[in-house]
Design a protein around this ligand. Structure first.
Ligand SMILES: [Zn+2]
Length: 431
C-alpha cells in the first residue's frame, strides 16, 4: 500500500475491536510515538517501552500487561527493543498463555528483506523471535514491493497459511522523466531543471552520499535557491530546523540521502522529487518519488543518471557485503566460544568444523544479499535505459500489476511521462 493509504487503520481497527493486546513491531521510534499520541487522543490505550521511560514507569506497564484483563490495546516496539527487553518477552509470553496476545503486526515489512541484512539486522531475524510465539496471528504491512520480495518476506516470517491483499497505486498526478546527467556531480543539471520548471516551489533532491548532499545544497544556494543539506551527520537540531523551514516553505529544497529523509514526511505540496544519482532499487525509487504531489496536483519525478553510477553502486555493494559478512562472523557465538576455549586452554582441540560452518553460513547470507542488490540495480538501469515503454506502466508492472494498458498515464495529459510524450510527438509528426 502507498503511504497515506490507510496501512495503520488495517491493524488499529481490528486491535480496538478485539479482546487482548496487539503488538506492532515498527522501525521508527518517532512514528510510533506519533501514533500513540493520536490513539491516546481517541481514548485508545497504546504504549511503547522506549529507552527514556523510567524503571518505575516500565514496572507499571509490565504489571498492566500481566493483569487478567489488560487495558492496553496496542503495544508499539522497535525490533531492537523487542529483542533486548527480557521483561517484555516475559510479559508477552504471559499474554500468549492467557490467550490475550491478539496479533503481531510487522509494520514496514519491506525492511525485512530490503534492508534487514545490513541496515536493521534485528528486522532480518524477526522470525527467530516470533518462533517463540507460534500460533499467534501475524500481519505484515508494507509499501509496494517488487517480485520475489513478498514471497521472501512470507518465507522469512514463516507465514505458511498466508492471505495477501494488495491495492492499486497509480498516481495520475506524478510526471516521470529520466535523463542522462550532463555533469558528473549533477549539481548543474538539478539547478537548470529547477530554474526552468519549479523555481519557487518546494522539492527534494536525493543525492548518493552525505558529501554530495552538502555539495548540492551549497551549489543550489550559490545559484540563488534556498537549500538545506539533510543526512545522518547533520545534528538532530539542525535537521529539525531544516525540516521545519522546508515545511513552512522558508527553504525550498532539501538535499538528502535517502535513508535520512523519508519515513514520516507528509508535506502535501512537494512539486518535485529529483534523483541526482541512480537509486539502487525500484522500491527505493518508487517510495521516494511517491513523496511528490500528495495534494493531488501535478508534480515531477526527475531522475538524472549516468552509466558510471551502476559501477560505483556495485563497488559500494561489494564493500557493504564484505563488512556485513565480517561482522556476522565476528558476532557468531560458535566462533567466539571456540576462541575463548582456545584462550583459556591453549592445548585444547579447536572444533574447526563449527568455525567453518559459521563462516559458510555468513558467506551464503552475504552472497544472497549481494546477488539481490545486483539484480535490483540491473532492473533500475533497465528502467533508465528504456525509451519506449511508459514509465508508469513499467512501475506498475514491476510491482505486480497485470494487463496494464500501454496508455496508463494518458488520462492526465499534464502528467504524462517522458516516453509517452516522445511517442505522442513522434505520432503527431507522422500525421
Ligand atoms: Zn507514460
Amino acid at each position: 500500500m502507498l503511504v497515506g493509504a490507510g496501512k495503520s487503520l488495517c491493524y488499529q481497527l481490528p486491535a480496538c475491536l478485539s479482546a487482548g493486546v496487539t503488538v506492532v513491531i515498527s522501525p521508527l521510534k518517532a512514528l510510533n510515538l506519533e501514533q500513540i499520541k493520536e490513539l491516546t487522543k481517541l481514548g485508545i490505550k497504546a504504549w511503547t517501552p522506549s529507552d527514556d521511560k523510567s524503571e518505575r514507569v516500565q514496572n507499571r506497564f509490565y504489571k498492566e500487561l500481566i493483569e487478567e484483563d489488560p487495558k492496553i490495546k496496542l503495544l508499539y516496539v522497535t525490533p531492537e527493543k523487542m529483542r533486548k527487553t527480557s521483561w517484555l518477552i516475559k510479559a508477552l509470553k504471559s499474554l500468549k498463555e492467557r490467550k490475550c496476545l491478539t496479533c503481531f503486526v510487522i509494520d514496514e515489512a519491506q525492511c525485512i528483506i530490503e534492508v534487514g541484512y545490513d541496515f536493521r539486522s534485528d528486522y532480518g531475524t524477526l522470525n527467530e523471535l516470533l518462533n517463540e510465539f507460534r500460533g499467534v496471528p501475524i500481519m505484515a504491512v508494507s509499501g509496494p514491493i517488487g517480485p520475489g520480495i513478498q514471497e521472501d518476506n512470507l518465507n522469512q516470517l514463516q507465514m505458511t497459511k498466508d492471505q495477501v491483499f494488495t491495492m492499486p497505486f497509480n498516481r495520475l498526478n506524478l510526471k516521470y522523466a529520466v535523463q542522462e546527467r550532463k555533469t558528473i556531480s549533477g549539481e548543474k543539471d538539478c539547478f537548470t531543471w529547477i530554474n526552468e520548471h519549479c523555481l519557487n516551489e518546494s522539492g527534494i533532491v536525493y543525492c548518493w552520499r552525505k558529501v554530495d548532499c552538502d555539495n548540492m545544497a551549497r551549489s543550489l544556494n550559490k545559484a540563488g535557491l534556498k537549500a538545506s543539506s539533510y543526512h545522518s551527520d547533520v545534528t538532530d537540531e539542525d535537521r529539525e530546523i531544516a525540516q521545519n523551514k522546508w515545511n513552512e516553505n522558508k527553504c525550498q529544497v532539501i538535499c538528502a540521502t535517502s535513508g535520512a529523509f523519508g519515513m514520516g514526511i507528509n508535506k502535501p505540496d512537494v512539486r518535485y522529487v529529483i534523483h541526482s544519482f541512480l537509486p539502487d532499487s525500484m522500491e527505493r525509487y518508487h517510495r521516494e518519488t511517491g513523496r511528490a504531489g500528495r495534494d493531488g496536483n501535478v508534480s515531477h519525478c526527475i531522475l538524472f543518471y549516468s552509466d558510471r553510477d551502476e559501477g560505483l553502486l556495485q563497488q559500494a555493494i561489494m564493500g557493504t557485503t564484505c563488512k556485513a559478512i565480517s561482522s556476522d562472523i565476528s558476532n557468531d557465538i560458535s566462533i567466539s566460544k571456540e576462541i575463548s576455549k582456545a584462550i583459556r586452554s591453549p592445548n585444547s582441540c579447536i572444533n574447526s568444523s563449527a568455525i567453518s560452518r559459521a563462516i559458510n553460513s555468513a558467506f551464503l547470507k552475504g552472497k544472497g544479499s549481494k546477488d539481490r542488490k545486483f539484480r535490483n540495480l540491473g532492473t533500475m538501469m533497465k528502467f533508465c535505459g528504456t525509451q519506449q515503454d511508459c514509465r508508469k506502466k513499467q512501475l506498475l508492472t514491476y510491482f505486480g500489476g497485470v494487463n496494464i494498458e500501454a496508455n496508463v498515464c494518458q488520462p492526465n495529459s499534464e502528467a504524462i511521462c517522458d516516453n509517452c510524450e516522445r511517442a505522442n510527438a513522434a505520432a503527431a509528426a507522422t500525421v
